[in-house]
Design a protein around this ligand. Structure first.
Ligand SMILES: Cc1cc2nc3c(=O)[nH]c(=O)nc-3n(C[C@H](O)[C@H](O)[C@H](O)COP(=O)(O)OP(=O)(O)OC[C@H]3O[C@@H](n4cnc5c(N)ncnc54)[C@H](O)[C@@H]3O)c2cc1C
Length: 447
């Protein structure tokens, strides 16, 4: 199961791959920061991929930097599950979507072991597992001339929507993009990724995506990360910016990089003084970020034939053993959008696991319950400082992402996956690219 599996079939994806964008090239070049000097202090809000990488770059140039992180650990939507199987698992991001990126470069430079994900998928269709379906839903949603309506409305118009045998295959296609089929725009989903340039194949880490950061980004900045620090005010009315946390402690900076997940901005967790421009606030609201969870199910045997697409409870199951050196059989339920909300509403991890086992039992004549050993739920929707999976394009989203990402006075800066304008939102390398963009902006402001 490759998260970007279907999108990259699109014409836009292919174009992006051929022409490595100018911007990405600039990104790679500026990582070296041959020139540039900045003597101010920078505070970074959020220690996810974007925040960590921004701090790493700033520190490498001797800039005074402090990272304020609300949770009791760093990593954000990167996390590691150890001890569940005889190989480590990713609680959040796990696939490197294309090697042609700044993270592809880091992986190469550090000899980090990755392998191409060649796993195969079967479709649950008309009560059977099939290799393909008469209508290729992935292909259908990869066209660049689709209308600006939701996946579900478009599917309804085509006769493969609500109540049809394709209903949950459409849900998978939307879920792959982090959304429920009723919420994501068929047009903007493709349009927003027209500059995708990191490559088509997906790769898995022999260890985890979290380890890449933990081993190669965090070491030089570990002493600059302050966890359990929930920022709730940023006052940029004076010549210095004053950041205040929930305990009332203040931090003064010349520049601030805000790299919190979109719902934190949408829900107004951080009060800005002066208030952010209304167009920017409206742009936050126009972007989407829906529910998402990963459920790891360990079995005594692999009764499943690889990945399974199209379940009514979970539209995407993935064989976690793919690319790992270990023998335990772990099936991942990758649940997004409406399905993730429905499972969250069940109220307990055990109820979630039971619902998934019941669906698998139905597909495999009771084999799931018979082989079940253990389960673990990682619900990103209920993580207090994340509240969802990743950002997506809503119907009518237009240029909202651009407005959302705009800096204020060149000193209040916005980073994170939702602020990526290069078609790489929803990804770790996309989050990192925004860090590079904003650190570059800081150095440029000093020239
Ligand atoms: C289930 C799932 C699977 C995914 N799979 C993949 C994948 O396979 N490949 C891929 O490339 N991407 C994947 N992604 C997306 C990827 O994880 C994200 O795009 C990326 O990690 C986001 O990084 P970030 O720095 O923008 O945000 P985050 O990692 O969310 O970091 C933001 C940080 O801000 C902190 N914060 C929030 N509020 C405050 C506050 N008030 N004060 C201080 N700190 C605050 C948060 O605690 C968090 O640590 C997946 C995501 C999910 C949820």
């Amino acid at each position: 199961m490759n998260r970007k599996e279907f999108l990259h079939k699109s014409a836009y994806g292919a174009l992006g791959a051929v022409a490595l964008s100018q911007w990405l090239w600039a990104c790679r070049k500026t990582e070296l920061f041959e020139e540039g000097d900045y003597s101010g202090k920078v505070v970074v809000i959020g220690a996810g991929a974007a925040g960590l990488y921004a701090a790493y770059l700033l520190r490498s140039k001797g800039v005074e930097v402090e990272v304020l992180e609300a949770a009791d650990r760093y990593g954000g939507r990167l996390g590691k599950l150890e001890g569940f199987a005889d190989y480590p698992l990713d609680l959040g991001a796990q696939w490197l979507h294309g090697k042609n990126s700044i993270l592809g470069d880091l992986i190469k430079r550090t000899d980090t072991a990755i392998s191409r994900d060649n796993s195969e998928s079967r479709f649950w269709f008309e009560g059977e597992l099939k290799r393909s379906t008469p209508v290729d839903i992935a292909d259908a949603f990869s066209k660049e001339d689709l209308p600006d309506v939701s996946f579900l409305d478009y599917a309804d118009q085509q006769g493969w929507g609500r109540g049809s045998a394709y209903e949950y295959i459409v849900e998978w296609a939307a879920g792959d993009q982090g959304a429920g089929a009723e919420a994501i725009s068929a047009f903007w989903n493709i349009k927003e990724e027209e500059n995708w340039s990191s490559g088509e194949a997906d790769f898995k880490f022999e260890q985890t995506f979290f380890d890449l950061f933990n081993n190669h980004v965090v070491p030089t900045i570990a002493d600059r990360i302050r966890t359990n620090t929930v920022v709730n005010r940023i006052d940029y009315s004076g010549s210095s910016i004053v950041v205040t946390d929930q305990q009332g402690q203040t931090y003064t900076a010349d520049k601030v990089i805000v790299s919190v997940p979109l719902p934190i901005l949408q829900d107004g967790d951080i009060q800005f003084t002066p208030a952010l421009p209304s167009a920017k606030v409206a742009a936050f609201q126009k972007l989407g970020m829906g529910p998402g969870m990963k459920v790891f199910l360990k079995f005594s045997e692999a009764f499943y034939p690889g990945n399974i697409v199209g379940g009514a409870v979970c539209a995407a199951y993935a064989d976690e053993r793919e690319g790992k050196s270990g023998s335990d059989h772990v099936l991942l339920a990758f649940v997004m959008g409406t399905q993730a909300q429905k499972l969250t509403d069940l109220g307990s991890d055990q109820a979630i696991i039971n619902a998934l086992l019941a669906e698998l039992d139905d597909m495999f004549d009771g084999a799931a319950t018979a082989a079940y050993l253990d389960g673990r739920v990682q619900n990103w929707t209920t993580e207090p400082f994340v509240r969802g999976a990743y950002s997506y394009a809503t119907v009518g989203v237009g240029e909202s992402r651009k407005t959302a990402a705009e800096p204020i006075e060149d000193r209040l800066l916005f980073a994170g996956e939702a602020m990526n304008l290069n078609g790489h939102h929803q990804t770790v390398h996309g989050a990192v690219e925004t860090a590079i963009r904003e650190v570059t902006r800081i150095f440029e402001s000093a020239q």
